[in-house]
Write a protein that binds this ligand. Structure first.
Ligand SMILES: NC(=O)c1ccc[n+]([C@@H]2O[C@H](COP(=O)([O-])OP(=O)(O)OC[C@H]3O[C@@H](n4cnc5c(N)ncnc54)[C@H](O)[C@@H]3O)[C@@H](O)[C@H]2O)c1
Length: 350
């Protein structure tokens, strides 16, 4: 089985978690704990091969990928030493990737000349491009997605900028024999999923929802960025929740807070209130503590392998069947249980 050649856009904390996670399962090939799917088709985690990367920060540009992932301000709990790759981090176009507030404290913009993305993707023989630019980077996402198309690469949009939810974009990829997976990658077990399960449970038990509040607190660059650019993220998270609600239920609220302490640790508080029999109140309070980037990387390793398999098997038109399992804002919303069942059924049919 051939390797899956992956190019990364945005060498931030998420990429650090992904590269270290791939190293962990490659060094421990018999270890399946922590994986949602040890195998997808015949692909295992160790078949993921990083061949190129793009960033705009001088502390990362022109470094080898396995070195750049440890540059500041990246912050996650270290899983293990990364594997060594020849892949270099190239200077990508900045566009709307960074906001002014980030320039001062989080991103030191590189003076290096911007590279030809298409040329590098072609030379590196990338099969798949994975987008990890900061939330709100719309122009950047669209420019990289166009470049991926031109270089004949599939594209995984891990950020909430609408791309895979736009039918024209999906068609562009499918018509070229490629796949576009998106938008906004789910965590292996994150706030949206738990919040959705709780709301679904209330609805299943005939309970109206009078309050649904989700607070996300973190100290990494993504949480700082979200202070200023949470619009698309909040929309993606809120829409994932409203899917379960009925007329008369309270609108869910989703908030982000930046702790000011550099850390990959995230604290989520979810509070749901409703009325049971006799209109008597009930409330549920849940807390998740996790390493946010690592939680997301556990799903990206599945997205990469399924994207390659869809192309190998000529099933590009079936991409929507797997997006609901992988993404918070897929072309077709469904409950996590339905999405899981659809995903498993599809894998068996391949
Ligand atoms: N579990 C999760 O962490 C999770 C889940 C869903 C979505 N996301 C999204 O994934 C993205 C990445 O998260 P992160 O924690 O790694 O963020 P991060 O801020 O640590 O990393 C973003 C990287 O992108 C680089 N960048 C900025 N503009 C660029 C451009 N134009 N071209 C190339 N690189 C550029 C930055 O220099 C930085 O290295 C965010 O948009 C986040 O919202 C994360």
């Amino acid at each position: 089985m051939n390797k899956i050649n992956v190019a990364i856009i945005g060498v931030g904390s998420f990429t650090k978690a992904l590269v270290e996670g791939v190293a962990f399962y490659t060094k421990h090939p018999k270890e399946n704990r922590g994986l949602i799917n040890p195998k997808i088709g015949n692909y295992r985690i160790q078949d993921i091969n990083f061949v190129a990367a793009f960033d705009v920060d001088e502390r990362k540009v022109n470094k080898k990928l396995h070195e750049a992932i440890s540059a500041k301000p990246n912050v996650t709990l270290k899983i293990c030493d990364p594997l060594k790759y020849d892949a270099v981090v190239h200077r990508g176009p900045t566009l709307d990737g960074i906001i002014d507030q980030m320039r001062k404290s989080f991103v030191h913009e590189s003076n290096a000349p911007v590279v030809d993305i298409v040329n590098i993707l072609k030379k590196s023989k990338a099969d798949i491009v994975v987008n990890f630019v900061p939330s709100g980077g719309e122009q950047a996402t669209y420019v990289y997605a166009e470049a991926a198309l031109e270089a004949h690469c599939s594209f995984i949009n891990c950020i909430p900028t609408p791309l895979a939810t736009i039918p024209e974009w999906r068609k562009k990829f499918t018509n070229n024999g490629l796949v576009l997976l998106g938008d906004d990658i789910k965590s292996q077990l994150g706030a949206t999923m738990l919040n959705r399960f709780l709301l679904e449970l209330l609805k299943m038990r005939g309970i109206n929802v009078s309050k649904s509040e989700q607070e996300n607190r973190g100290g990494n660059a993504d949480h700082f960025n979200l202070l200023y650019r949470a619009k698309s993220k909040e929309k993606s998270k809120r829409e994932a929740l409203t899917h379960f609600l009925e007329k008369g239920d309270a609108e869910p609220s989703v908030k982000f807070f930046y702790t000011g302490k550099p850390s990959g640790h995230k604290l989520v508080n979810i509070k749901i209130e409703g009325e049971i029999f006799g209109r008597v109140p009930i409330s549920i309070i849940s807390v998740i503590e996790d390493e946010i980037s690592i939680n997301g990387a556990g799903v990206v390793v599945d997205a990469i392998r399924i994207a390659k398999l869809l192309v190998n098997r000529g099933k590009q038109k079936d991409t929507w069947k797997v997006c609901s399992f992988l993404m918070k804002a897929p072309p077709k919303q469904m409950s996590d249980s339905q999405a899981n069942a659809e995903f498993r059924k599809f894998l068996l049919s391949l």
